[in-house]
Design a protein around this ligand. Structure first.
Ligand SMILES: O=c1ccn([C@@H]2O[C@H](COP(=O)(O)O)[C@@H](O)[C@H]2O)c(=O)[nH]1
Length: 281
C-alpha cells in the first residue's frame, strides 16, 4: 500500500482529518512523567494510545527528540506506534533539504532508520534535493509551500519575475509539486492553517495533492476555515487530495496533571469534530 492509500484508509477508518503532532517538550511534561529521554518515549506513547482511534496521521517532530538525545527513543517510538495504531500513517517532520548525496542519507534516515511513511522537506534547494526521497516508491514527501509562521512572507510571498505569469514563490512550489516534480505521485504540500486564502490558492493549483496543514490550536488557525479552503471531497471525492490538519501543543499539553491522557483525548476529539463539521458548511 502506498502512502496516499494509507492516508485514505486512516481517514475512512477513524473518520478523521486530524494529525496528532508529537512535539515532546520535557519542561511541559505532566506530573508523573520524567523530564528525560525515557520520559519523552513514555509521554508520546501515552498520547498515541489516547488518540489512536481519532487520528488520520501522527507527526513526530524530529527536533524535539534530537535536542534531548532521544533518537533511540524515537526509533523505539516509531515501532511502538505501529503496534498501537498499525493503520495510522506516520509523517516524520524533519524539514530536510540538502544536495543529492546528503539527501540520500537523510532519506535513509527517515525511511530506513525511522521507518516513517512520509517526511517533510524544504524544496528550496531544488529538485535534485528532493529526488532521493522519491526513490522510496511507497513513501510520501511534503514540500514546504506556504508555512504557518509570519516569517513565511519573507520569501514565500515574493514574486518570481523570471517565471511565466510572475507567480508568488509558494505558487511556483505548488505548481512544481503538482506537475514536473511529482514523478510517482508521492508529493504533498505543507500549507499553514493561519493562511486560509493561500490554502485555497494551493488547492486550486494542486487539486489532487495531499495537504499537510499545521497551525490550528496553539497557533490560532481556524479549523472550519482550513477545511473550507482545502477540502473539496465528498464520499466519492477520491480525485481531490486529502487534507491532514495537524495540532500538536493544544493536544499534548491540554492538562499538566495526571489526567493528561484524558485531556489530550478530549482535545483531539474536539478538533476532529470541528474539522468534520466544517465539511458540512
Ligand atoms: O508551516 C509549518 C510547518 C510545520 N509546522 C510544525 O507543525 C507543528 C505545529 O505545532 P503546534 O503546537 O500545533 O503549533 C510543529 O511541529 C511545527 O514544527 C508548523 O507549525 N508550521
Amino acid at each position: 500500500m502506498n502512502f496516499l492509500e494509507q492516508l485514505r484508509q486512516a481517514e475512512s477508518l477513524n473518520q478523521s482529518m486530524l494529525c496528532v503532532g508529537l512535539d515532546p517538550e520535557p519542561t511541559r511534561f505532566p506530573t508523573g512523567i520524567t523530564r528525560d529521554a525515557e520520559g519523552i518515549f513514555d509521554f508520546c506513547v501515552a498520547i498515541v494510545e489516547a488518540t489512536a482511534d481519532l487520528a488520520m496521521a501522527f507527526k513526530p517532530q524530529i527536533a524535539y527528540f534530537a535536542a534531548h538525545r532521544a533518537e533511540p527513543q524515537l526509533e523505539r517510538l516509531m515501532r511502538r506506534m505501529r503496534e498501537i495504531a498499525p493503520k495510522v500513517p506516520i509523517i516524520l517532520d524533519a524539514k530536510r533539504g540538502d544536495i543529492g548525496s546528503t539527501a540520500e542519507q537523510y532519506a535513509k534516515e527517515a525511511f530506513e532508520r525511522y521507518e516513517a511513511d512520509a517526511v517533510t522537506l524544504s524544496p528550496f534547494m531544488g529538485f535534485d534535493s528532493v529526488a532521493p526521497y522519491l526513490q522510496y516508491k511507497n513513501k510520501g514527501a511534503f514540500l514546504l509551500c506556504r508555512t504557518s509562521n509570519p516569517g513565511g512572507d519573507d520569501l514565500q510571498n515574493q514574486r518570481l519575475a523570471s517565471v511565466d505569469g510572475q507567480p508568488l514563490l509558494y505558487e511556483h512550489v505548488a505548481r512544481l509539486a503538482a506537475g514536473p516534480w511529482n514523478l510517482n505521485g508521492q508529493l504533498g504540500l505543507v500549507v499553514g492553517a493561519t493562511y486560509p486564502q493561500e490554502i485555497e490558492r494551493v488547492r486550486e493549483l494542486a487539486a489532487t495533492l495531499p495537504l499537510l496543514i499545521p497551525g490550528v490550536g496553539a497557533q490560532g488557525g481556524d479549523a472550519a476555515a482550513t477545511v473550507k479552503a482545502g477540502w473539496r471531497g465528498d464520499a466519492a471525492g477520491a480525485t481531490t487530495g486529502p487534507v491532514i490538519v495537524n495540532s500538536s501543543r493544544a493536544i499534548l499539553y491540554a492538562s499538566s496533571g495526571t489526567d493528561f491522557r484524558d485531556a489530550a483525548r478530549a482535545a483531539a476529539q474536539a478538533t476532529r469534530a470541528a474539522l468534520h463539521a466544517a465539511r458540512m458548511i
